[in-house]
Design a protein around this ligand. Structure first.
Ligand code: PFF
Ligand code: NA
Length: 464
């Protein structure tokens, strides 16, 4: 076999480290904050089913494509796409996938840090017992007070951005790999504890029913858009994070009797998608019973995690401990995701010759400044709305609903139509040929068509 050059940024120590890192990227606010509240808003069970379908038929195939492109290119998404475009003898315009990804990452990182920083603040509040015995009105007022204080929010936004950049600045081996090896096991233990706790509350069965009982009358076009957007967001697809991580994925690992064993992309991706789904469902199972036990409602919107949940924790035996653990869980999850948002950009700057520490400072500072727009969206700029809402709303809409699906579409088209089939097939190295054909059909036809229809529909329904 031709000796491939080693990626300049380093390599994950094993397949499992890649799985931890990619799961770290995938599992985040999308699972714990966004999934439960959009499920609540869209009526529960039927939406969950729709979401699972999107993960399976759009998410997994595109994730496999993204990892495949990344591993083949071995560099930051921009240079990976340059390299693959050259290899495929097509125009360098395909490297725009990389540039667009970097841009989406920047946008997402900027507001992601803001929401994550609320969780950071709430951890601090929970530990101090601030939620003990509060009323619904008080809980709402606490959240509103936080949102009304630009300085407070800016402080926590700064802190969270620093946490992110400290890890990214240390590189793949010394930073990312170490962080995910601590954060991910911790996250799963915490989630398990919280699910166990939810099971002891009186609203447990009601919560389970809400999540898993199907009422299809509640579904509409908007729910479908939300589900597809969520599938991209939750799996970190369409912007190069998974491509960048894929670039550090080994092709072979030592197997039995000193023989090398190939690392299969498809089975790895399926594990990551399953873990991500498990955490999303687990978060629902941990949260809804608490709400119902407290006699609260499910369709609370984005404030659910920060208003309703503290209220539930505040009323419960053990709420101080479990409430604190919950927000620690959220911070861990968000942290391991935000580093993957920064990595593609930082890796690109490193390839341009800037050193890693400096690159992290530049990226962190840039995203921090942009994030101030989101901070202000909740107070000083609250009434300055355009297009879909505040600055924050626009950031979220543009990146999650438009840019990620479009990025995913281009990735699918490149992997399915542009790249030489022999290359794609060799890099994927799937054992089962029929399954390979299924992947190819999904990536060539199904995903692109689905994404085009949805993006057009969502732009049209938002602005028409
Ligand atoms: N997947 C993350 C979540 O569910 O919270 C969010 C995310 C991370 C999106 C990284 C995109 C990305 F590149
Ligand atoms: Na996720």
């Amino acid at each position: 076999m031709k000796q491939e050059s080693k990626p300049v940024h380093g390599m994950w120590a094993s397949r499992w480290v890649f799985i931890l890192a990619a799961t770290g990227s995938a599992v985040g606010l999308g699972n714990i904050w966004r999934f439960p509240y959009i499920t609540g808003e869209n009526g529960g069970g039927a939406f969950v089913l729709l979401y699972l379908l999107c993960i399976a038929v759009v998410g997994v195939p595109i994730m496999a494509a993204e990892v495949m492109l990344g591993r083949k290119g071995g560099m930051s998404p921009i240079n990976t796409m340059r390299k693959l475009a050259a290899e495929s003898k097509v125009t360098q315009r395909w490297s725009w996938i990389g540039y667009m990804g970097v841009l989406s990452a920047f946008l997402i990182l900027s507001f992601y840090s803001v929401v994550a920083s609320w969780a950071l603040y709430y951890t601090w509040e929970a530990v101090q017992g601030a939620f003990q015995g509060i009323t619904a009105a008080q809980s709402g007022a606490r959240f509103d007070d936080m949102l009304a204080s630009p300085w407070l929010m800016m402080g926590y936004h700064t802190l969270f951005m620093l946490l992110t950049m400290v890890v990214v600045g240390r590189g793949v081996k010394g930073g990312l790999e170490k962080a995910v090896q601590i954060l991910m096991p911790l996250l799963f233990v915490l989630l398990l504890v919280l699910v166990g706790y939810a099971a002891t509350t009186p609203g447990f069965m009601q919560g389970i029913e809400f999540l898993f009982a199907f009422d299809f009358s509640k579904l509409n076009g908007q729910a479908v858009i939300t589900a597809v957007g969520q599938a991209f967001f939750t799996l970190s697809l369409g912007m190069g994070a998974i491509m960048a991580y894929g670039a550090y994925m080994p092709r072979q690992v030592p197997g039995k009797a000193g023989k090398k064993k190939p690392v299969s992309i498809m089975s790895t991706v399926i594990i990551i998608a399953l873990l991500d789904t498990l955490v999303a469902l687990g978060s629902g199972v941990a949260m809804f019973p608490l709400l119902f036990s407290g006699g609260l409602e499910a369709g609370q919107g984005p404030g659910m995690m920060f208003v309703t949940l503290p209220l539930a924790f505040g009323q419960m035996p053990g709420g101080l401990l479990f409430g604190s653990l919950f927000f620690v869980l959220v911070v861990c999850a968000a942290w391991s995701s935000s580093i993957s948002l920064a990595e593609p950009v930082v890796a690109w700057l490193v390839e341009k010759g800037v050193n890693r520490a400096m690159s992290s400072v530049i990226v962190g500072l840039g995203a921090w400044v942009l994030g101030l727009g989101s901070v202000l969206s909740f107070n000083i700029w609250k009434d300055k709305t355009f297009l879909v809402g505040t600055f924050f709303d626009n950031m979220e809409f543009l990146s999650t609903t438009i840019m990620l699906p479009l990025g995913g579409l281009l990735i699918a088209v490149f992997a399915g139509w542009v790249m030489k089939e022999t290359h794609a097939r060799k890099e994927l190295a799937m054992k089962s040929f029929p399954l390979y054909l299924v992947w190819r059909a999904l990536v060539r036809i199904f995903s692109p068509v689905a994404v085009i229809v949805l993006v057009v529909y969502s732009v049209w329904s938002t602005f028409a």
